[in-house]
Structures are given as structure tokens and as C-alpha cells.
Design a protein around this ligand. Structure first.
Ligand SMILES: Cc1cc2nc3c(=O)[nH]c(=O)nc-3n(C[C@H](O)[C@H](O)[C@H](O)COP(=O)(O)OP(=O)(O)OC[C@H]3O[C@@H](n4cnc5c(N)ncnc54)[C@H](O)[C@@H]3O)c2cc1C
Length: 378
């Protein structure tokens, strides 16, 4: 096991830092969906890192993907909503389509998604509770030539900017609970998208999507009818293992910001760094950063090697997001009143971090997965 990034990872991380410093520096962007940032990242090739070149991707691996987002998060920590949107697009939609799509579906959609020309959103969560995927209410009824979908999906990242929705619904069969997955374009009659203003992760396109007798042709079924749960389980493990590269980058940046501020801020005749309460707080931030980094790169390496890693992925998702929240609060404390003012961009981290502990399954759900996999509980 190596504890260092490879030369290739360091290169791609460095490239991403340089790109973000030049193209994502603006602090003014559309808070509903960060289209300008999306376009810039599409030019950089951020949406197709793991997709073969024949479909417009880079044909690289998951570890390079994580390193790229590590660089983006470091150099543009004010645009984490954009990065979560791209990660949701990649793991919820692009990779799912690549794995389960028919040749015809890939021809129609994959290149547009992998190049970032199109934005895709994936919808699992519903208003009645996202943690319980075994209780979905959105229903797909088989009709001549396709399906009719009814239901409401909530917290759909990218929903506000999407050109394609990947939607999970239960089949209309009271005897058996089975899910299917559908590709739906947003101009389909009966579909309504409502942006959900949130406290953080600005620009992520978070939305509620309503399906009122939405007709979907048979050729838009993704994977086999009734096999949607397996499709989702496959994609969510990779997502948990790899989505938080940008959080690691943001945490690296936070440690630097805390250090710089503590050295230059003088209180009672001394830089606050001279107070043990402050220097220990920053040392703890560094400990959490290092642990988060190792856990995330470990999980990504396992998935890159094609291994199952339910525990390692859940451990990474849980620890990285909680460590990010802790470090965001610590950074804010180091800044005193300056940490509370919007104009300094410090309080944004706390608001963003609150979203990361929920996305892709809450911390409680990650603990449930870990305990169940360990045999501690059913
Ligand atoms: C920023 C953001 C982006 C998101 N993007 C997407 C997306 O793109 N697509 C999508 O489908 N969804 C998305 N979600 C939804 C997300 O997956 C859900 O919010 C999450 O799964 C929790 O569901 P819930 O909000 O309904 O909470 P609930 O399920 O209602 O949970 C409420 C509380 O109860 C706890 N809880 C629930 N069940 C258990 C249990 N069995 N054991 C212990 N504790 C439990 C939870 O931990 C939580 O504290 C996103 C959410 C956020 C915040």
C-alpha cells in the first residue's frame, strides 16, 4: 500500500489546480445551476475522465478522477456545488449509462454526457424519506410501447440544468417490490422541475421533479425491467468511494487558510497562532485531513482495481464528510467574527459541509452499512 499520490495523480491534480485558478476564480455565479462553471469544466474534460475516448472521455481511471477533483476543490473551494453536480452527473448517470445502456442508448446519449455538452440528473430520493430505498412510491406502469411514470423525486442534484434524467421507479406490481430505471428528457409532457434553494453547495441544481402520467418509450428503459436496485447498488458504492476528491482539496485549502490567518491575526500583542488553543485546533485539522485523504484514496484504489468495497466506501464517505464539517467549524472558530461574515467566504464551508453529510446516504446510513457488513447488526 502506497501512502503517496502517484506521479500521474500529482500531474492531473496540478493540472486541475492551474485550470481552476484560471477559469473558476469568479465568486459570482448562478446559485441555482452553475452553468458557466459547468461549461468551463466540460472544456477541461472533467465529466468523462473514466469513459473511453471513443465516447468522448479521457479513458483514465478512478484514482485520476479523484486526484483531478482534489485539485479543483483546492483551487476553487467556493464552487463545491459545481463539483458535487459534476460528481453526481458522473457516478449517478454517465457511468450508469456506460455500464447498463444499450448500444443505441450509448450512441444517443453517452458522448453528449461524457463531454459535458449535456447535463444529467439521477433521481432516487423521494419526499417520504431518502434513506429507505425499499419504500419507493414513484411507480412505472407498463403500457403499449413503453411505460407511464407517476411520482415525485426530491433532492435531485443537477435537476435544474438537466438535459436528461435517470429515474428509478417501482414497477406496478403489488406482489413484488422491484425497481426499474428510465431515461427521460425534461421536455416530456407531464414532467415538472422545481429548483430547491438550499443553504449551501450553490449552483448544484438541486431540484424536485414531479412525474404526472409521464410516458416513456420502451427504448428508454435503462438495464432490464426490475433490475434497477442492482444497478443503483453498483453505482452508489463507486460514488461513495470516489465523490469526495473535491472535499479533500477544499480541506487542504482550509488548513492553509487557517495557518495563514493564525499567523497574521494579532490579538493581545501576539499572533493568535502563539495560543495553544489555536495551534492545536489547526493541528487537529491537519490530522483529519490526512486521515480523510488516505481513506478516500484507499477506497478509490479498491474500486479502480474492480474490487467490492462496501465497508471501505462507506468508511470513506462517512469520515471525509464528517471531517470536512469538523474542519469547517474549526476554520470558522480560528477566524472569530471574520469567520461569520459572508464577505470573507469562510462561513460558506460550514453550509457546504452540511450537504456532504447527507448526500449519497447520511452518516447514520453509512454507520448502518458498516455495522451490517461487519456482522455487528443485521
Ligand atoms: C446536497 C444533496 C444532494 C443530493 N443529491 C441527490 C441526487 O442527486 N439524487 C437523489 O436521488 N438524492 C439526492 N439527495 C438526497 C439524499 O440522498 C437524501 O437526502 C438522503 O438519502 C437522506 O434522505 P432524507 O433527506 O429523506 O432523510 P430521511 O431518510 O428522512 O432521514 C432523516 C434522518 O433520519 C436518519 N435515519 C433515517 N433512516 C435511518 C436508519 N435506518 N437508521 C439510522 N438513522 C436513520 C437519517 O440519518 C437522518 O438523520 C441529495 C441530498 C443532498 C442534501
Amino acid at each position: 500500500m502506497s501512502y503517496d499520490l502517484t506521479e500521474q495523480q500529482l500531474n492531473i491534480r496540478g493540472e486541475a489546480e492551474a485550470f481552476a485558478a484560471e477559469h473558476l476564480a469568479a465568486t459570482e455565479f448562478n446559485a441555482t445551476f452553475d452553468r458557466s462553471g459547468w461549461r468551463a469544466c466540460a472544456q477541461f474534460g472533467a465529466m468523462g475522465v473514466t469513459i473511453p475516448t471513443e465516447f468522448g472521455g479521457r479513458g483514465a481511471g478512478l484514482e485520476e478522477f479523484v486526484a483531478m477533483f482534489d485539485g479543483l476543490g483546492y483551487a476553487a473551494p467556493h464552487r463545491l456545488g459545481l463539483f458535487i453536480a459534476i460528481n453526481a452527473h458522473v457516478f449517478g448517470s454517465v457511468e450508469t449509462l456506460f455500464k447498463a445502456g444499450t448500444d443505441e442508448q450509448k450512441q444517443r446519449f453517452l458522448k453528449k454526457l461524457a463531454t459535458g455538452e449535456w447535463v444529467a440528473a439521477h433521481s432516487v430520493t423521494e419526499p417520504d424519506g431518502g434513506s429507505d430505498i425499499g419504500n419507493m412510491k414513484t411507480v412505472a406502469r407498463a403500457v403499449d410501447g413503453g411505460w407511464v411514470i407517476n411520482g415525485i423525486k426530491k433532492y435531485t442534484t443537477c435537476g435544474a440544468g438537466a438535459n436528461l434524467h435517470i429515474v428509478y421507479a417501482r414497477m406496478d406490481d403489488p406482489e413484488r417490490y422491484r425497481l426499474s430505471c428510465f431515461l427521460i428528457e425534461p421536455n416530456t409532457p407531464g414532467m415538472t422541475v422545481r429548483a430547491l434553494p438550499a443553504s449551501g453547495l450553490d449552483g448544484s441544481g438541486l431540484s424536485e421533479v414531479t412525474y404526472d402520467n409521464v410516458r416513456v418509450p420502451s427504448e428508454n428503459l435503462l438495464g432490464k425491467a426490475g433490475a434497477g436496485a442492482m444497478l443503483f447498488q453498483g453505482s452508489i458504492e463507486r460514488e461513495r468511494a470516489c465523490i469526495f476528491g473535491f472535499v479533500i482539496g477544499a480541506m487542504r485549502r482550509q488548513v492553509e487558510l487557517a495557518t495563514e490567518y493564525a499567523r497574521q491575526r494579532v490579538v493581545s500583542g501576539k499572533p493568535i497562532a502563539a495560543y495553544q488553543a489555536i495551534s492545536h485546533r489547526i493541528a487537529e485539522m491537519r490530522v483529519r485531513l490526512d486521515a480523510a485523504q488516505m481513506l478516500l484514496y484507499r477506497a478509490a484504489a479498491l474500486k479502480a482495481a474492480g474490487k467490492r468495497a462496501p465497508v471501505e466506501s462507506a468508511v470513506a464517505k462517512l469520515y471525509v464528510s464528517e471531517a470536512f464539517l469538523e474542519n469547517s467549524l474549526a476554520l470558522s472558530r480560528v477566524h472569530g467574527g471574520n469567520g461569520f461574515l459572508k464577505e470573507n467566504g469562510i462561513e460558506r464551508f460550514v453550509r457546504d459541509a452540511l450537504g456532504t453529510i447527507i448526500f449519497s446516504g447520511t452518516s447514520d446510513i453509512q454507520r448502518n452499512i458498516i455495522a451490517a457488513q461487519m456482522g455487528v447488526r443485521e
